[in-house]
Design a protein around this ligand. Structure first.
Ligand code: NAP
Ligand code: MG
Length: 433
C-alpha cells in the first residue's frame, strides 16, 4: 500500500524505540500497549458522544497508551469553527491514513433552531467523503443468538456503494404536453452530439443522469483494495444489458482495472472477481452463504444496504468503513446519534443504547493502525475486544434493541449501556488473562 507520510529522523528513532518496547515488554497489568502513529479521532454528537467517552474510559484507555489526534466534530464545535474542523479532520485522515469517527448530526431546519446555528452545515460524512474520495463499505456484525432472516447466510455480506452521481445528482423535468425530448452534449471544442430521447404525445416526466470515469475508477480501486485487505471475493453488478452505454461503462472500467492492476494479486490470494447482472446478483445473494463484498451502483446500494442490514438483524450491529483509493481508512458505526435515547439521558435516565458498532469502529481502526505500524499487540487487542463483545452477547447479556431479535438457547438479559460495557470489560479480562 502506498503510504505518503515521510517520517523524519526523530519520528524514526521514536518508532524504533516503540517497536523495541513492544517486543521487550509483554503486556502485563502494569504496562499498556504502546502506539506509534496517532489515530485520527473524530468525536460526535448526542448519545453516541456519551458512549464514545465511556468506551474509551472502560475498554481502551486501561489497556492502550492511546495516541490520537482529536477533532471535535460535535455540532457546537462545528458551529464555532464554521465547519473548518470537519475539513481539518478529513485532511488529518489523509495525512495519517486511519481515522475513527463518532456519529454526528447532519443539521436540518429543526437542528438550526435547536443549536442556534449560523448556517445549515453540510453532512460531515459528505464533506469527509468528498475530501478522501472514497467508497463506503457496510458490514454486519454476526453473533450467535441473533440469526439472519435468511437462514443460509453464515458469513457477513459487505455492501460497497458507489456514493457519487446517477439519480442523486440528476436533473428532472415535468413535461407539460406534446413535444420532443433530446440529450445534447456541447463539447468544449465546439462539437455537438445530439440524440432523441422520446417524442412526447402527452404530459410526462424526464430525467437526466451522469457519472464520471474518474469517480467510477476510484470506486473500482477502493473495492478491489478492500476485497484484498479483507481477503474476500468481490462481486459487482449493474444492468448493462439494458443500459448498454451507461452501465456498460461501469462494467468495462471495473474489468480494465481488474485486468491491469489487481488480477495477479487476486489470483495469488485465491480470490475471485465476479461480474453479473443486478437481478441475477440479488437471486444469488439470497442463495449464498455470505462472505464476500458486493459492489453496487449508488441507487442499488441505497436500497440493498437497508435490506441487507435489516435481514442480518439490527442497524446497531452494522459497521461502516470509508476506504479511499490511496488506502486511507475511516471507521464508524452505520447508525446515527440515537437522538431519542439522548433525550432520555438528558432527563437523567440510564439508557440501553447498543455501543457494539461504535466499539467495532474503534477495533477496526486500532487493528488497521496496528497492522500498518506493525504493532502485533495492538492488532491482538482489537481482536480480543471484538471477541469479548461477541462472547458477552452470546452469553445473553445484551442491550434492549437485541431482545426482540434474540434466538439464543438461554434467555437474554437487558442491560444498560454502562452495564453492558462493564460486562464486556469483564469478558475481555478473562480472555486476556
Ligand atoms: P439513528 O440515530 O440511527 O436512530 C434511529 C433509531 O434506531 C433509534 O431511535 C433507535 O430506535 C435505533 N437505534 C439506532 N442505533 C441504535 C443503537 N446504537 N442502540 C439502540 N438503538 C439504536 O437515526 P436517526 O434518529 O434518524 O438520526 C439521529 C441523528 O443522527 C440525526 O441528526 C442524523 O443526522 C444523524 N445521523 C448520523 C449518521 C452518521 O453520522 N453516520 C448516520 C445517520 C444519522 P428506538 O428509538 O426504537 O430505540
Ligand atoms: Mg437508504
Amino acid at each position: 500500500m502506498r503510504r505518503k507520510n515521510v517520517k523524519n529522523f526523530h519520528d524514526s528513532l521514536h518508532s524504533f524505540f516503540c517497536v523495541l518496547y513492544t517486543v521487550l515488554m509483554p503486556n502485563t497489568n502494569e504496562t499498556k500497549i504502546p502506539m506509534i502513529t496517532p489515530l485520527v479521532e473524530m468525536d460526535g454528537d448526542e448519545m453516541t458522544r456519551i458512549l464514545w467517552k465511556d468506551i474509551k474510559e472502560e475498554l481502551l484507555e486501561p489497556y492502550i497508551d492511546l495516541k490520537t489526534e482529536y477533532y471535535d466534530l460535535g455540532l457546537p464545535h462545528r458551529e464555532e469553527t464554521k465547519d473548518q474542523v470537519t475539513i481539518d479532520a478529513a485532511n488529518a485522515a489523509k495525512k495519517y491514513g486511519v481515522a475513527v469517527k463518532c456519529a454526528t448530526i447532519t443539521p436540518n431546519a429543526q437542528r438550526v433552531d435547536e443549536y442556534n446555528l449560523s448556517e445549515m452545515w453540510k453532512s460531515p460524512n459528505g464533506t469527509i467523503r468528498a475530501i478522501l474520495d472514497g467508497t463506503v463499505f457496510r458490514k454486519p456484525i454476526l453473533v450467535k443468538g441473533i440469526e439472519p432472516v435468511v437462514s443460509g447466510w453464515k458469513e457477513p455480506i459487505t455492501i460497497a456503494r458507489h456514493a457519487f452521481g446517477d439519480v442523486y445528482k440528476n436533473t428532472e423535468l415535468r413535461i407539460p404536453g406534446k413535444g420532443r425530448a433530446k440529450l445534447v452534449f456541447e463539447g468544449e471544442d465546439g462539437a455537438v452530439v445530439e440524440k432523441e430521447i422520446v417524442q412526447f404525445d402527452g404530459p410526462g416526466v424526464l430525467q437526466g443522469q451522469f457519472n464520471k470515469d474518474d469517480s467510477i475508477s476510484s470506486f473500482a480501486r477502493s473495492c478491489f483494495q478492500y476485497a484484498l485487505d479483507t481477503h474476500q471475493d468481490l462481486w459487482f453488478s449493474t444492468k448493462d444489458t439494458i443500459s448498454k452505454v451507461y452501465d456498460h461503462r461501469f462494467k468495462d472500467i471495473f474489468q480494465e482495472i481488474y485486468d491491469n492492476e489487481y488480477r495477479r494479486q487476486f489470483e495469488a490470494e485465491g480470490l475471485d472477481y465476479f461480474y453479473t447482472l443486478i437481478d441475477d446478483a440479488v437471486a444469488r445473494v439470497i442463495r449464498s452463504r455470505g462472505g464476500y463484498v458486493w459492489a453496487v451502483k449508488n441507487y442499488d446500494g441505497d436500497v440493498m444496504s437497508d435490506m441487507i442490514s435489516t435481514a442480518f438483524g439490527s442497524l446497531a450491529m452494522m459497521t461502516s468503513v470509508l476506504v479511499s483509493p490511496e488506502g486511507n481508512y475511516e471507521y464508524e458505526a452505520a447508525h446515527g446519534t440515537v437522538t431519542r435515547h439522548y433525550y432520555q439521558y438528558l432527563q437523567g435516565k440510564e439508557t440501553s443504547t447498543n455501543p457494539v458498532a461504535t466499539i467495532f469502529a474503534w477495533t477496526g481502526a486500532l487493528a488497521k493502525r496496528g497492522e500498518l505500524d506493525e504493532i502485533v499487540q495492538l492488532v491482538q487487542f482489537a481482536h480480543d475486544l471484538e471477541k469479548a463483545v461477541l462472547t458477552t452477547i452470546e452469553n445473553g447479556q445484551v442491550t434492549g434493541d437485541l431482545i426482540p431479535l434474540w434466538k439464543g438457547e438461554n434467555p437474554a438479559h437487558k442491560l444498560t449501556s454502562r452495564e453492558f460495557l462493564s460486562a464486556v470489560r469483564q469478558t475481555l479480562d478473562e480472555i486476556r488473562a
